[in-house]
Design a protein around this ligand. Structure first.
Ligand code: SF4
Length: 589
């Protein structure tokens, strides 16, 4: 089926650009309608003007997707199931993720009911920029007692804002349950070939949508759906959910056949959301051993996962295991990601933890998975850092480095645009290992020293501990010559910039002799004997320092004052001790 274009819709709209829908034009409204972000009734002039009634009805028919959307829930807490247009996500996108409802029942004690309802309603986990949650509570009548059921439904409703599903094949229970929560517009489960007349009457009187169920008999299912929808009841279809040799495959086949008939053959009678009930695996398991219950929860999770992949718009499960919730919501998040949109996060400069002016600065891209993983790796390792997120259109490091969305100029621009230099007193930036080839170009473009980080953000803590160090040897600031001073420091990142930055800021050119002390600051390197007269002598010889400068004076920070004579003796150079805060002043003279 060809997808609608905004112009197809625009022709039905009043074309007055009145703005009552909150948009500046009717064409903008048409775009939103196509994306399922608004409904036809949101154009008030079209919905209320009797002269436009036909256009209103025709447009509603035109934009109704082959799998009609069904809403349940009330008081602003609604869930929409169905509303899909394609078989496969890559053909367009899926619009409404599979809703997951968890069962409680009316034989539970009040305390059990409240505890379980709170567990279901409050469970959440943050993953790739989204809070994953469950969607609804299914209240099942086990007692078959309408009074008891209504009481349980009311108690559940009082303890959750989540939409409710009322589950009973006994119409008198469903009726009592609906009356207990009239304003919540619950979904009724279920109308069958035996009770459909009574259930239809309850649905018509309450305005609630209904699941029609006919396990293993798709013809009856279709006929029930056609009958109920013909009198204006919104329905969802339960073709049966079963576990076992052969029947598991039949379950998946039934879901697939129904979805195919709706989308590819335009069969309106089955163009409704599909409901899977993996909770049926628990029938007869009330007294089972713990081991058997665990196995049932595992099978139920597996079956629910298969149905998320194959067209279930709503799942009713019984397991209250957190690993069930985690597995299903994570899978759902992956399946229902919009393939047209690279999952991106906002670009900018972000503080991770409580960074200060000595904290590391790291660059990554705004691909959601990358940015969140880097951030969470830093947070879990309790690393305070500044994170510069570059807008690469939501593309990850490797692909954006290859595709040109990430390059040296863009990184330099981001450092400048986000005023990173105002946050730190060093000029060290860590780039992802997968963008290593931009290191030199970025140093030239930004004036920052570039450190190439690991390819995998999980290795950042190790990198910071063992590799985030200035290179040892004879380094420099500005454009030094034979007369320029030589300043000693260790390869501790903080001490290095304590020496370099004041000179750089004062526009002084100098040589910086960086001793490899395993990253220890000068004071500790002296104590640990990593900084000695001999280490300085060896480094000076290795770097041919005497060929580069005409004088023989070495400036050392005051933390190494105790080594003055030792260095003088080993090198034959005069040693001058200068506190770092007075370095620029001293060298200027
Ligand atoms: S309310 Fe209707 S007529 Fe007014 S701008 Fe929106 S779509 Fe157009």
């Amino acid at each position: 089926m060809a997808r609608l274009k905004p112009l197809d819709i625009y022709n039905y709209l009043p074309k007055t650009n009145c703005g009552e829908c909150g948009l500046e034009s009717c064409m903008a409204f048409a775009y939103k309608l196509i994306e399922h972000e608004l409904e036809v009734k949101d154009c008030k002039p079209l919905a209320t003007d009797p002269k436009l009634k036909k256009a209103f009805e025709d447009l509603k028919e035109l934009v109704t997707p082959p799998v009609r959307p069904v809403k349940f829930g009330g008081d602003g807490n609604e869930v929409t199931i169905g509303g899909e247009e394609v078989m496969y996500r890559h053909e367009l996108t899926y619009f409404n993720p599979t809703a997951i409802a968890v069962c409680v029942h009316d034989e539970m004690t009040e305390e059990e009911l409240i505890r379980n309802v709170k567990l279901i309603s409050e469970w959440t986990v943050f993953r790739v920029g989204a809070h994953l949650c469950l969607d609804a509570v299914a209240v099942k009548s086990v007692s078959r007692d309408p009074v008891k059921f209504a009481k349980a439904v009311k108690l559940v409703a009082d303890n959750t804002k989540y939409p409710l599903i009322l589950c009973s094949l006994d119409p008198s229970c469903l009726k009592a349950g609906v009356e207990a929560v009239k304003n919540r517009r619950p979904l009724l489960y279920a109308a069958t070939r035996d009770n459909w007349r009574e259930v239809a009457e309850i649905a018509l009187n309450s305005g609630c949508p209904v699941v029609v169920a006919s396990p293993g008999d798709l013809d009856t299912l279709k006929s029930l759906a056609a009958t109920l929808s013909s009198v204006g009841i919104q329905v969802a279809l339960d073709p049966g959910t079963a576990w076992g040799e052969g029947v598991l495959a039949d379950t998946i086949d039934s879901f697939t056949m129904l979805r195919r008939a709706a989308i590819e053959r335009g069969d309106k009678n089955v163009g409704w959301p599909l409901v899977g009930v993996p909770a049926t695996l628990w029938i007869g398991k009330e007294e089972a051993s713990e081991g058997e219950k665990l196995e049932t929860a595992f099978k139920e999770t597996f079956l629910a996962a298969a149905l998320i992949c194959r067209y279930a718009d709503l799942l009713i499960i019984n397991s209250k295991e957190l690993w069930t919730f985690l597995a299903l919501t994570t899978l759902r998040q992956n399946i229902y990601t919009d393939p047209r949109i690279h999952p991106a996060v906002e670009a900018g400069l972000f503080a991770v933890g409580s960074p200060n002016e000595d904290s590391p600065v790291m660059i990554t891209t705004n691909y959601a998975s990358t940015a969140f993983v880097v951030r969470s790796d830093l947070e879990q390792s309790k690393i305070d850092a500044w994170l510069v997120i570059i807008d690469t259109g939501g593309i990850g490091v490797e692909s954006s480095a290859a595709g040109g969305q990430l390059n040296a100029a863009k990184m330099a621009e981001a450092l400048s645009e986000y005023k990173v230099a105002e946050k730190v007193r060093h000029r060290a930036v860590i780039i992802p290992g997968l963008a290593a080839r931009f290191a030199g170009e970025l140093e030239d473009a930004s004036g920052w020293d570039v450190y190439v980080g690991p390819k995998d953000s999980g290795s950042i803590p190790d990198f910071l501990k063992s590799k985030y160090r200035p290179r040892d040897g004879l380094r420099y600031v500005g454009d030094p010559d034979g007369k320029s001073s030589v300043v000693l420091v260790t390869n501790n990142i903080k001490d290095f910039y304590r020496v370099k930055m004041p000179l750089r800021n004062a526009g002084i050119s100098a040589w910086i002799l960086v001793v490899d002390a395993d990253g220890l600051p000068v004071s500790e390197a002296v104590k640990e004997k990593k900084l000695t007269g001999e280490t300085v002598k060896a480094l000076m010889q290795r770097e041919d320092v005497e060929k580069k400068v005409d004088h023989r004076e070495l400036v050392v920070p005051e933390e190494a004052a105790t080594l003055k004579e030792e260095i003088e003796k080993a090198t034959g150079w005069k040693v001058t001790v200068v506190p770092c805060e007075k370095l620029a002043e001293k060298l200027k003279k």
